[in-house]
Design a protein around this ligand. Sequence first.
Ligand code: GMT
Length: 374
Amino acid sequence: MRIGITCYPTYGGSGVVATELGLELAARGHDVHFISYAVPVRMTAASERLHFHEVEMLNYPLFDHPPYTLALATMMYNVAVNESLDILHVHYAIPHSVSAYLARAMLASRKLPFVTTLHGTDITLVGADRSYLPITRFSIEQSDGVTAISDYLRRVTLREFEIKRPVEVIPNFVNCDVFEPADSDSRRNEFARDDEKILVHLSNFRPVKRVTDVVEIFHRVRQEMPAKLLMIGDGPERTAAEWLVRDKQLTSDVIFLGKQNQVQELLNCADVLLLPSDLESFGLAALEGMACGVPAVCSKVGGVPEVITDGVEGFLVPARDVKTMAARALEILSDPEKREKMGMAARHRAATQFCSTKIIPLYEDLYRRTLESR
Ligand code: GMT
């Protein structure tokens, strides 16, 4: 198939999922055309089946807000015509599904179905804003196929948006050959001494991620044992987190690594992953850690319980309860046997339920069904 994929190219779960999906589809012989305003962060591989089309914006003084939705729709139309696309797959409803709707309408005689994948904040935060709700609902209803990355998100979408059409759950996935437990080449020694434990956090440092809670949890752990915290990512809450690190006199134990691409190498150094978000529709970072054999301590919110069973692959704790999260992290870190057992369970769950080899065929099947039904 010739597949157009649109996503936000920035550091965020939906862009990561869309990019990894494109890479996997290309590896399986499909022609994949990414259409966005920048090359997606994890699109590091090059192949004859992977293409990128940049949406360029006309900056005319009249426009206070250049109309990206229209520029994107135009580029979708152009790529569809020039590359004979069979289908478009947009990740994150706003504004991508609206652009896809316009491109499909412009191509009426050729038929260009589009699939929308909902990721979370497009529904829970942005889409639920009353100013965006009607057009988000409209573009979801108009999509030829709709998927949500967890059953939690499917239920919220149907309820909040009163969607009448079916929404399928296709969970997020991880390449289990890339994200796998460390061998002897682990970079652990770059960050910690042998007697120190390593905790890790990976996100875009948005307020919903509660990165200051990560520091609070680490502070409590650090009072009990020698440890280091790796902070992977960047975003609006980094300054607050750095301030708290200085305030708690943890500067020599907390390492801010910024945005990284080869996150598997860093996850592989860790003993436990912290994800204390206020909300997660899925929690891709936790899954990537699990595939590397790292148990996670997460907030019990949204779709996270669909990925982690409390006490098996990690622990689920009510959001903002940093005291219990620290206690749970210590429980793992102070008991090597428990850490080993949970790490193995985490890897097993990731490999048996969320491996890309299991999930990518579900998307291929959806594309085929969507094409047949048009
Ligand atoms: O969490 C973010 O801030 C990024 C956001 C996105 O859309 O890029 O992530 C959402 O999609 C991820 C990939 O499907 C999920 O793993 C995250 O749980 C989800 N974030 C939230 O629901 C807050």
